[in-house]
Design a binder for this molecule. Structure first.
Ligand code: ATP
Ligand code: MG
Length: 458
């Protein structure tokens, strides 16, 4: 604390040295303009035509330089939201504290924000130094300084095709080094989520966290507990859907950052059986993301927490609670524990419950109730979830495949399958499954991957 105050005092005394700015040409940074969103280019051109500075910034520039496809494009400018909005046909100002503009082009939204000043001592922080408000407009250099890592503070001007680099970000990016701008400890204190971001970017870029940026992680990990649950949820979701979820979780554990993120995750990962299920779920998620498909957060969290639900479900049944009630109680107790820490929004937890509660209904194949199951909005996701359980040897894989075939079939196909089912003598689900063992079997690990929509997007 004292050293921070001292540093700030010295900084004030001698004036903050503006960092050396570099202009990097396209032969060096290697961005191919054809890979840049034409809408983002348009936003920059319109603003520049009005005499403003405007750049594509952040994750998009980083991803373009390393040859990844950016998720979205953000623009930074010295125009204020009030100046930006009238320049575009469809644009709206969003945000209360720090306003920015969403410029809308059909499906694509270009988030356009005004250069922002970095944290200063006048800024409101909580007792741990976490920034509570961050809402002053600033200069281009200040905007670069308030960003988290050097690789995220790069500005691409589509007109000149130059990258403006204040913090040596292009070199760090080429070296795949995740390096914090400024003093890492102060920056983590301002916003502990940056610790999780460091890990995510290191894994995503197949790089390493710079030693100075990495050193404080373990000792500062507990600050993550002060982060509002909704923010933690968003960051956790980004981590789980970055296409390298398993690697990220392993890295988080190595860096001592896993505790307090998903409270049950530690317990689950340490229990026999728990790890296997999560690994399978995350492998499939990674596979989907990398092949450009969507993943629903409800499905993902339903999978992450399933082992706990399953354990508590079985325990309650053993204690004499009827199966369905036991499952509901188990789900409630797991969700209650999680939502304290991680704001799993209501709409997600409702979907998670639906996915879980559908599971016992797959055990018995009763044609009448199957027609009702089709009507459930989460039927498809629940069948996918069943594939996961089958792959983890928790459910008969042949029967799971029957459900998958049923979910994939059109109405006529479903009717035929149910007709066939009703001709079978009444038998338990497992014997039914055994009698159908001539059906084409899929390997448990690939079962369900053939479908185009195993996890419905939100
Ligand atoms: P992703 O690929 O996950 O979208 P990103 O770098 O674009 O990665 P965003 O969360 O979309 O991440 O943020 C956009 C930019 O805003 C970042 O590149 C970074 O410059 C800045 N930024 C985001 N979060 C923080 C933070 N916690 N502290 C400082 N700067 C941040
Ligand atoms: Mg982004």
């Amino acid at each position: 604390m004292i050293t921070d105050t001292l540093k700030r005092f010295v900084g004030k005394l001698f004036g903050q040295q503006p960092p050396a700015m570099r202009r990097i040409g396209s032969s060096k940074h290697g961005i191919d303009r054809r890979n840049v969103s034409r809408h983002a280019i348009k936003v920059c051109e319109v603003l520049q035509h009005e005499g403003f500075q405007a750049y594509i910034v952040g994750g998009a520039v980083r991803d373009l330089i390393v040859g990844l496809e950016p998720k979205d494009f953000d623009v930074a400018t010295n125009a204020t939201p009030e100046q930006i909005r009238p320049l575009f046909r469809r644009a709206r100002i969003i945000g209360r504290r720090f306003q920015l503009v969403h410029v809308v082009f059909g499906q694509e939204i270009i988030e356009t924000s005004t250069f922002r000043a970095p944290a200063s001592e006048s800024q409101a922080t909580d007792d741990h130094g976490r920034i509570l408000r961050d809402n002053e407009f600033g200069t281009h250099a200040q905007d670069a300084a308030r960003r988290d890592f050097t690789i995220n503070a790069l500005y691409y001007n589509p007109t000149t095709q130059e990258v403006i680099d204040y913090h040596n970000g292009v070199e760090d990016l080429k070296a795949r080094s995740i390096k914090m701008i400024g003093d890492p400890r102060t920056r983590y204190r301002e916003d502990p989520v940056r610790m999780l971001r460091a890990v995510r970017f290191a894994v995503k870029l197949k790089g390493t966290i710079h030693p100075d940026t990495r050193a404080p992680l373990q000792s500062m990990a507990e600050l993550i507990e002060n982060v509002p649950a909704s923010r933690l949820f968003d960051e956790m979701l980004k981590l789980l859907t970055c296409g390298h979820a398993m690697d990220c979780l392993q890295q988080l554990r190595q860096d001592g950052l896993h505790q307090g993120i998903l409270p049950l995750l530690d317990v689950v990962l340490e229990q026999p059986g728990g790890e296997e299920f999560i690994e399978l779920a995350l492998e499939r998620t990674d596979h989907r993301i990398r092949s450009g498909k969507t993943v629903s957060p409800s499905f993902l969290f339903a999978a992450l927490l399933w082992h706990q639900v399953d354990l508590r479900w079985k325990k309650r049944i053993q204690a004499g609670t009827p199966s369905i009630q036991a499952l509901m109680d188990a789900a409630d107790s797991v969700l209650d524990e999680q939502t304290e820490k991680l704001a799993i929004q209501k709409r997600f937890s409702a979907d998670m419950r639906e996915i879980w509660f559908m599971q016992p209904r797959f055990e018995k194949r009763l044609p009448k109730s199957i027609w009702r199951m089709f009507e459930q909005p989460r039927f498809r996701a629940s069948v996918d979830f069943l594939q996961l359980r089958a792959a983890a040897h928790q459910f008969d894989s042949v029967l799971a495949q029957w459900w998958m075939d049923l979910a994939n079939a059109d109405d006529a196909g479903r009717a035929a399958m149910l007709e066939e089912l009703s001709r079978l003598p009444k038998e338990t689900s497992t014997t039914a499954a055994r009698s159908r063992s001539r059906r084409r079997r899929r390997s448990p690990t690939t079962g369900g991957e053939h479908t185009d929509n195993p996890v419905a997007p939100e």
